[in-house]
Design a protein around this ligand. Structure first.
Ligand code: ATP
Ligand code: MG
Ligand code: MG
Ligand code: MG
Length: 494
């Protein structure tokens, strides 16, 4: 039971807070502060941004502490760190995940940060040293940034062999919260799931064999624009390790989904639907995307539950439309991939709360509300789908011989000539079900047009009762990058 997620989480907190003088700070909400340059809270450092920038004194809660640690609720849907397209198709990226974090605000720097991290992994979590790889920043000429040879030397001094210490550039070893804001070179720790000791060439390639687990950022700059970095008033350490990935390592699996954070959700799916157990499909490949569907549904239900618990309901605009988009994506799996009766997603709220409620009590406290919102969202989803099918029957009555929807027909469906306006996603989905093809170029151009979303206008409002005593969420940034796009992709073989 040492390896159960609950223990893994608390060993991290215990190590930093009880053994190394850090103060525990609660996870902040997944709704970022207005204008902080992110969509959802995408990392543990978000709530400390003013401390890094020097625009706020260390708050009274933190007074006297220059070292803090926690486990932060993070969502990476939209914005600079957008993992939505990979979720379910790989085994290591989630829309919602927990980031185990530790910080030094102008206190210790590289030496101590690296030593503490290594000691925790080797002596507390008992990872094999030869399975670990360490990357450092190799510098960037365009931005006139020096290579971080100091960090490479620190790892060497700590006993890491030279062929496990690897240089990488801006993409992997310079961490930035958003298009602007605090940033700096980082050093990352990667885990080789094969234990072969010769996987240096696989680090940062996306290979499922070698996985990034922990990022140690040396916060030194504030990015003002694409070309301008200015030094921060002082140097800080900001580290973040994915709990789900660490649990996978400690539980001896390459898949985050094969851990105690996800099994209760898969068990509930199996029990409620009679579909095969997750990972139980016949054959080696994921025929029909059933396992992928399970992963998407489990992941998205966690994301929805955490957002709703933070008072962010699915809606028409901004952040709210993103929550709705993710819920719709999960419902698409239920109704159009797995072909499950209505009601499953609501039933998955229980195991999600079971696995996360101890760490984030707001989930336990609002379990019923979360379930109500999810069920209501499903009613809306099915309503729009039925209306869409009705529109198609009308269109097909007029033009029974069509094989491909052209621009005019797509626009008419979208604009509500036959009934309720339809999203491009819904048009493509139902066209497919009728055996019709769709002009992809038209769909693509509609999806990338910065026009206001028709489907958002048409999304039925949540009932007043549900909104009761939920405070209004902060004004979110608007952006059009998020559209209904379903990728036809398979999980990589491992
Ligand atoms: P990757 O390269 O795998 O996408 P990243 O470099 O984007 O990860 P960081 O921003 O460095 O990730 O975040 C710190 C840590 O958080 C990562 O090392 C990883 O363990 C974890 N992490 C990042 N994104 C996700 C995600 N979408 N789901 C689960 N864990 C994640
Ligand atoms: Mg990433
Ligand atoms: Mg990375
Ligand atoms: Mg990283």
């Amino acid at each position: 039971h040492e390896c159960q997620s609950k223990a893994v989480r608390s060993m991290f907190i215990d190590y930093f807070c009880n053994s190394h003088g850090h103060k525990f700070v609660k996870s902040s909400s997944v709704i970022p502060d207005a204008n902080d340059g992110t969509y959802f809270t995408n990392a543990g450092m978000n709530q400390f941004k003013p401390i890094f920038l020097g625009t706020a004194p260390i708050t009274s809660e933190l007074a006297g502490y220059q070292r803090v640690a926690n486990s932060q609720k993070c969502v990476r849907v939209g914005g600079k760190h957008n993992d939505l397209d990979d979720v379910g198709y790989d085994l290591t990226h989630h829309t919602f995940f927990e980031m185990l974090g530790s910080w030094s605000f102008g206190d210790y720097f590289k030496d101590e940060a690296c030593a503490m991290a290594l000691h925790l992994l080797l002596d507390v979590y008992k990872l094999r040293k030869d399975c670990l790889y360490f990357s450092y920043f190799k510098g960037d000429t365009d931005l006139a940034l020096e290579p971080d040879l100091q960090t490479a030397e620190i790892w060497r001094q700590l006993g890491i062999p030279a062929d496990h210490i690897l240089p990488f550039g801006m993409r992997d070893n310079f961490w930035e919260m958003g298009e602007t804001g605090p940033c700096g070179p980082c050093t990352e720790i990667h885990y080789d799931h094969t234990g072969a000791g010769n996987c240096a060439h696989l680090v940062n390639t996306g290979s499922p064999r070698v996985i990034e687990i922990w990022n140690l950022v040396f916060m030194q700059f504030n990015r003002l624009s694409s070309t301008q970095l200015v030094p921060l008033p002082s140097c800080h350490v900001d580290t973040g390790m994915g709990l789900e990935r660490l649990c996978a390592v400690l539980q001896g699996t390459r898949s985050n989904y094969n851990t105690d954070l996800f099994w209760p959700i898969f068990n509930a799916m199996h029990k409620e639907t009679g579909l095969p157990q997750y990972g139980d499909k016949t054959g080696t490949d994921d025929t029909g995307g059933v396992d992928t569907g399970y992963r998407i549904l489990a992941d998205h239900t966690r994301m929805a539950a955490v957002c709703i618990a933070d008072r962010l309901l699915p809606g028409r605009q901004g952040l709210e439309s993103r929550v709705r988009f993710v819920i719709d994506r999960a419902l698409h799996q239920c109704h159009h991939v797995l072909n499950i009766r209505p009601g499953l997603m609501g039933k998955l709220v229980r195991p999600v709360v079971e696995t996360l409620g101890d760490a984030y009590p707001e989930l336990s406290l609002q379990e019923n509300k979360i379930r109500d919102v999810v069920c209501e969202a499903e009613d809306r989803y099915l309503e729009l789908y039925e209306d869409g099918k009705y529109n198609f029957t009308k269109l097909l009555r007029k033009t029974p011989d069509i094989k491909t929807l052209d621009e005019e027909q797509i626009l008419r469906l979208r604009d509500g000539w036959y009934g309720r306006p339809m999203s491009t996603h819904l048009i493509e989905l139902i066209a497919g079900q009728y055996g019709l093809s769709v002009d992809r170029d038209v769909i693509h151009s509609l999806n990338t047009q910065p026009a206001s979303d028709i489907e958002d206008e048409e999304f039925p409002c949540f009932t007043a009762e549900l909104l009761n005593d939920l405070p209004i969420t902060k004004a979110p940034p608007t952006d059009d990058s998020l559209k209904y796009v379903y990728r036809d992709k398979k999980c990589p073989d491992i």
